[in-house]
Design a protein around this ligand. Structure first.
Ligand code: LLP
Length: 421
């Protein structure tokens, strides 16, 4: 459920007509709903209320400091994968004790930044990384809580580009080697083993892979405890999927996911951490865009929008589906027409949808890409020298720009000439 609904013939973000935002801010623009973000965060928090837990929002899905502030004040922890994300979480006022540092290639410099500012735990992904963190921690005279991310070799049954839990993926250490790797970690100075970490992929629409993996984590907890490790935390990753179409998809609910966690690892007496991104932010955002032209081709019609692949890369990158709806509510039963919906960027990959049935829309009309809150703005670029798309946050009947659109002069001013030109 989200808070983008038609009212009085207009698509609203909570109590604000999207048309008003488009007029004030211009298009394209991302628009987020406070109520939806909070609702989704709370669903996870409640789903884990049976035991000690921390819901760490995956900052990579939507990293605007205003959003992190909102969730941080609600009590959320943060899952970060770079110094940049870590410093964003800190800028949002989230204390280090609530920030988990994940990622397959953390640099020593990033480790230093995070250890200096304080961190709940570092999720280690390889032996060389373990050695590096030990070195950095010792040089700074600190001891850092760590988990090891194990790769359980389970098929998450999602898009290949976002599956992470198979042995051929670059992530984690093979679960078959866990005992050996944990012994190494425990022997390294400056590291304190506190738990196990796992994350198998994103946009999972079936609970079965989670169940298989968490059962493996439960077994491993027993094995590692028998080896003398103090396994007191389980970081179970993110990945719960969302409906991208309004009609037929019904992915599992956070409540069922929470019950599954209780069933599989609840008896171990561990604090549970999860790292959801998409389920919190995905349906809490839309990309607002305007039709520049309707172009009639030889065998198809094109809807040419002012939003492009640089603003929302998911369709080009993963063949992802986003519902694209007119901001002015279509009359019930009005005829539709098939369009190829494209952006102005100069490559054919800049196609959002092919042959998509749309109610009649014309030049100057506004459309909204649904479910664009996660992996939308954060993956945007300035390709074709298009200014980075701005972001707006709605709360009830008011809204504010939380990242403004840069001017083209600002973009040009970042470049500099070498002395010989
Ligand atoms: N934790 C770790 C270690 C991750 O790698 C990820 C996502 C998450 C948590 C959050 O997963 P979520 O709950 O959002 O599924 N750009 C792609 C998605 C990439 C996901 C990468 N890792 C997309 O647009 O579909």
């Amino acid at each position: 459920m989200d808070h983008f609904l038609y009212r009085d013939g207009q698509l609203m973000a909570e109590d604000v007509p999207l048309r008003e935002i488009a007029e004030a801010v211009g298009t394209p623009a991302y628009v987020y709903s406070t109520a939806t973000l909070l609702r989704h965060y709370r669903l996870f928090d409640e789903a884990l209320a049976w035991g000690p837990h921390l819901v760490c929002f995956a900052v990579k899905s939507l990293s605007n400091v205003a959003i992190l502030t909102l969730l941080g004040r609600e009590g959320a922890g943060m899952d970060v994968v770079s110094a940049g994300e870590y410093l964003r979480a800190k800028a949002a006022g989230v204390p280090g004790e609530r920030i988990v540092f994940s990622g397959v290639g953390k640099t020593r410099e990033e480790m230093r930044i995070v250890l200096e500012g304080g961190v709940r735990q570092v999720n280690l992904e390889s032996e060389p990384e373990m050695a590096a963190l030990s070195e950095v921690a010792v040089s700074m005279g600190v001891e850092v809580p760590v988990t090891v991310r194990v790769n359980p070799d389970v098929d998450a049954k999602t898009h290949a580009k976002i599956a992470t839990g198979k042995s051929e993926n670059k992530f984690g250490v093979p679960i078959s080697r866990a005992v050996e790797v944990y012994a190494e970690a425990a022997a390294l100075p400056g590291l304190r083993v506190v738990g196990i970490d796992v994350h198998i992929g994103s946009q999972l629409t079936d609970l079965a892979p989670f169940e298989a993996v968490y059962a493996k984590v439960a077994d491993l907890t027993g094995v590692l405890r028998a080896e003398g490790h103090a396994i007191e935390r389980l970081d179970l990753g993110g990945g719960l999927g969302i409906p991208y179409t309004r009609s037929n998809e019904v992915p599992p609910l956070p409540r069922d996911y929470g019950a599954l966690i209780e069933r599989t690892v609840g008896h171990l007496g561990c604090e549970v951490e999860i790292e959801p991104g998409r389920l919190i932010s995905g349906n809490a955002g839309v990309l607002l865009s305007r039709v520049i032209y309707v172009k009639t081709g030889e065998d198809r019609d094109f809807l040419i929008l002012d939003g492009a692949m640089n603003d929302l890369i998911r369709p080009a990158m993963y063949d992802a589906w986003h519902d694209i709806v007119p901001v002015a509510e279509p009359v019930a039963g009005a005829p539709t027409r098939a369009f190829d919906i494209v952006g102005p960027v100069c490559e054919t990959g800049d196609t959002f949808a092919r042959g998509r049935e749309m109610p009649e829309v014309g030049e100057g009309d506004l459309v909204a890409f649904r479910s664009a809150g996660a992996y939308g703005a954060v993956m945007a670029s300035e390709y074709n020298s298009r200014p980075l798309v701005p972001e707006v946050l709605v709360d009830g009947d008011h809204f504010a720009v939380i990242r403004r659109r840069p001017t083209i002069d600002e973009m040009i001013a970042r470049d500099s000439l070498p002395p010989w030109l």
